[in-house]
Design a binder for this molecule. Structure first.
Ligand SMILES: [Zn+2]
Length: 342
């Protein structure tokens, strides 16, 4: 397993070569010291530094109540800059957030029947139950009638330029009530690490109110070998550790100030019963698709539309843009596939 899965900070950057430049004089050293002190002050106090260090990232599954008395399920425990925090899922809305560990009250008992009846647990149970299919298992369509479809955009590792224009076009789509356009971005750790500028641009679309992004986990490494059968590639590649693939991407999202959602898209939509059951234990709902546009599938109401935003599948992007210009595609946030509330 490549060592990129180890917590960040353990990787050793190659040392810059000594250029043999002339030594700084005394005034230069003082200036350098001031610069260093300023830089370390900024690193400690700047707001963008608060997301920086995640350690001890561990899966848990514990129901509790937040400070407003709302039922929440903690699915991860970790330390952020040394402080104990949790990743929580609101089981009624499937919204995720991070919270101080001390803000969750685990003392009040939660009835297991109540918990099982929540939209989150119902979706989790329904979409991780047998029979298991090698391809396209999990949720492929809304669980109830809805007046729109769900756009999911996969960001598998790629060296091609990403589909900036496509994301911009999605952001310009007219929405019933105005506001940001919902889109689920299925992110791999590798793409995220290799495209900091593109990620910053995507984040900007969210902060500027053009896109409402649900960050779906698409594994860290997204292994793939076209020469072997499906049973032995993607996350079924021998030696692949699903938990590490899942958690490393979540850590990276959090370190970049993004909140992981309770959804997972298997690379290639390929999985077996063992992987699906492990995903269930990690509290994540697998997402398939019933409208993979590049494969000629056509979306209808409730469809999970799949395109690639990493530049690897232009026909799907072209088809999506045609659909958008027809004006008949109303996009919904992913949670609406599993909940009745908006
Ligand atoms: Zn992929």
């Amino acid at each position: 397993m490549p060592d990129r899965l180890h917590p960040r900070g353990t990787r050793v950057k190659p040392k810059k070569r000594d250029t043999g430049a002339k030594r700084p004089d005394k005034r230069g050293s003082t200036l350098l010291l001031i610069l260093l002190l300023t830089a370390s002050f900024l690193l400690i106090h700047a707001p963008w530094a608060t997301a920086a260090t995640i350690t001890g990232y561990t899966p848990i599954f514990r129901a509790g109540h937040d400070t407003t008395g709302t039922l929440q399920i903690a699915i991860r425990r970790f330390r952020q800059n040394g402080l104990p925090r949790l990743l929580i899922v609101n089981p009624a809305t499937l919204a995720t957030a991070t919270a101080k560990e001390s803000d969750l009250d685990f003392g009040k008992p939660v009835d297991s029947a109540t918990l099982k009846a929540t939209p989150y647990l119902r979706a989790l149970d329904r979409h991780t139950s047998p029979p298991y299919h090698l391809q396209n298992d999990g949720a492929r369509h809304a669980d109830q009638p809805v007046d729109g479809a769900f756009l999911t955009v996969d960001m598998c590792p790629s060296v091609r330029p990403f589909e900036r224009e496509f994301f911009a076009a999605v952001g310009r789509l007219p929405q019933g009530k105005g506001g940001p356009v919902p889109v689920a971005v299925a992110m791999t750790g590798r793409w995220l690490e290799q495209h900091p500028k593109e990620l910053a641009w995507l984040k900007e679309q969210a902060t500027d109110g053009r896109l409402a992004i649900t960050w779906v986990n698409h594994s860290f490494n997204h292994p793939y070998d076209p020469r072997v059968p499906l049973e032995r590639t993607f996350l079924l590649t021998p030696g692949t550790d699903l938990e590490r693939e899942v958690l490393a991407t979540e850590v990276l999202l959090l370190e970049n100030g993004l909140t992981p959602s309770p959804y997972f898209r298997f690379p290639g939509l390929v999985a077996d019963g063992t992987l699906i059951r492990k995903l269930r234990e990690l509290g994540l709902i697998p997402l398939g698709a019933d409208a993979w546009l590049a494969k000629g599938e056509t979306p209808e109401k409730g469809s999970f539309i799949l395109v690639h935003g990493n530049g690897n599948e232009p026909p799907g992007i072209k088809k999506a843009l045609t659909l958008f210009t027809s004006g008949h595609l109303h996009l919904l946030p992913l949670a609406r596939a599993f909940t009745t509330s908006p």
